[in-house]
Design a protein around this ligand. Structure first.
Ligand SMILES: *Cc1c(COP(=O)(O)O)cnc(C)c1O
Length: 373
């Protein structure tokens, strides 16, 4: 493996930041790799593969249907195109060729108009939609969402994510109710979420997941939902979907990963605590450094190590320290969004005990170097 790093001059990475696209998201289980390999080594009737793996996933999740796509962003773009084009053959091939006379406005709570690494609005535009914001940056009630719906509305889009404004914004259930009352479909982008069933059960017509995030599949995406919406998404393979084609290897890899995700025992928070305890104990022997266990703020069974740096004692700002760890021979990435408060978080799920020891030694060396300097 290290030969890839040598051959192309790449940096090794210790990912203590969680599921990050900029670091390659996740490292799937051996069964996923095997399924990808099987896919690469055989031919299939692709339509059959798409339909039957979709039906298999739908049975596992209790949804009407499902389809594997190339990534969650592609899932959003194709879902938008699906509700605009529906089963119109001419529009399928001419989505961008003429001004749209069919409904093509996509209503989104204003606090959901986020940049997840690329803007949500870009994906809506790729699918031929025109974004219409409902409510305000700090509030969107069911009434405010409903007020933005017009005869030109093709769907409501709800982004379920920590990226979004949570304060005074309606829930998925409430958005589903508004959608039903106004007879427009509801699309939910749940790319990084862990529950593969609840948003469908709350009444969404299409729900989109990223394949490599919580599910830990290959680079891919998943769209689950009701008919005819899922069929309309599948039809996009003859339209914009062709520019975001999902290969046989990702289809088989993700299908295996979903089944594994549903059946395998999850690593518990207690197990995470066990793994990080020696790391925290050794951090606490360093001057100006305090480590402790913190629990996920969204209430999930995830424990992380929080490291607090006393900047006066260590003679560095936390941002400088984080920068140096990232710029070392092995790039170490933390969850650094509280760095301005002197705090970083270590997500241990993608980090081995050995790598935790490396992180500790790098911090120790950096701080000692700083003191003797
Ligand atoms: C990660 C993410 C995406 C994009 O997922 P990809 O599979 O990388 O395209 C879209 N929406 C949200 C809310 C995300 O967190």
């Amino acid at each position: 493996m290290s030969s890839v790093y040598e051959k192309y001059g790449l940096k090794q990475v210790i990912n203590a930041s969680g599921r990050m696209t900029i670091l390659g998201v996740s490292t799937p289980a051996a069964g996923v790799v095997e399924s990808v390999n099987t896919g690469l080594n055989h031919y299939f009737e692709m339509k059959d593969l798409v339909n039957k793996t979709g039906a298999y996933i739908a049975r596992l999740l209790g949804t009407e249907d499902a389809v594997v796509v190339s990534c969650a962003s592609a899932g959003v773009a194709q879902s938008v195109a699906a509700v605009i084009v529906q089963d119109n053959d001419w529009l399928l091939e001419n989505l961008h060729a003429a001004p749209l006379t069919v409904p093509h406005e996509i209503v989104l709570p204003r606090g959901h108009n986020v940049n997840f690494g690329a803007p949500v609005g870009t994906m809506v535009a790729l699918g031929g939609g025109r974004l219409v914001e409902a409510g305000y940056a700090n509030e969107c009630s069911p009434g405010q969402l409903a007020a933005a719906i017009t005869p030109q509305t093709a769907a409501i889009l709800y982004i379920k994510s920590h990226h979004c404004v949570q304060k005074s914004h309606l829930s998925v259930e409430q958005a589903a109710k508004v959608a039903r009352q106004h007879k427009v479909p509801l699309i939910v982008d749940a790319a990084a979420e862990e529950d593969l069933q609840c948003y469908y059960q709350y009444g969404a017509d299409l729900v989109i997941y990223s394949g490599a995030k919580a599910i830990e599949g290959p680079t891919s995406g998943l769209v689950v939902g009701r008919q005819p919406y899922v069929n309309w998404v599948k039809r996009q393979s003859g339209g914009i979907g062709r520019a975001m084609k999902a290969g046989k290897e990702s289809i088989l890899g993700l299908t295996w990963a979903i089944e594994n995700y549903l059946t395998q025992a999850k690593v518990t928070g207690a197990q995470m605590v066990e793994k990080m305890t020696p790391f925290i104990d050794s951090l606490n022997t360093l001057d100006g450094v305090q480590g402790r266990v913190v629990w996920d703020s969204a209430g999930r069974d995830i424990a992380r190590s929080e490291i607090h740096f006393d900047e006066a004692t260590i003679g560095l700002t936390t941002s400088e320290l984080v920068g140096r760890l990232r710029d070392g021979d092995i790039a170490i990435y933390f969850r650094g969004y509280k760095a301005n408060e002197g705090i970083v978080e270590v997500d241990v799920r993608s980090v081995s005990a050995e790598q935790l020891a490396i992180i500790y030694r790098r911090i120790r060396t950096l701080l000692q170097g700083e003191k003797t300097a």
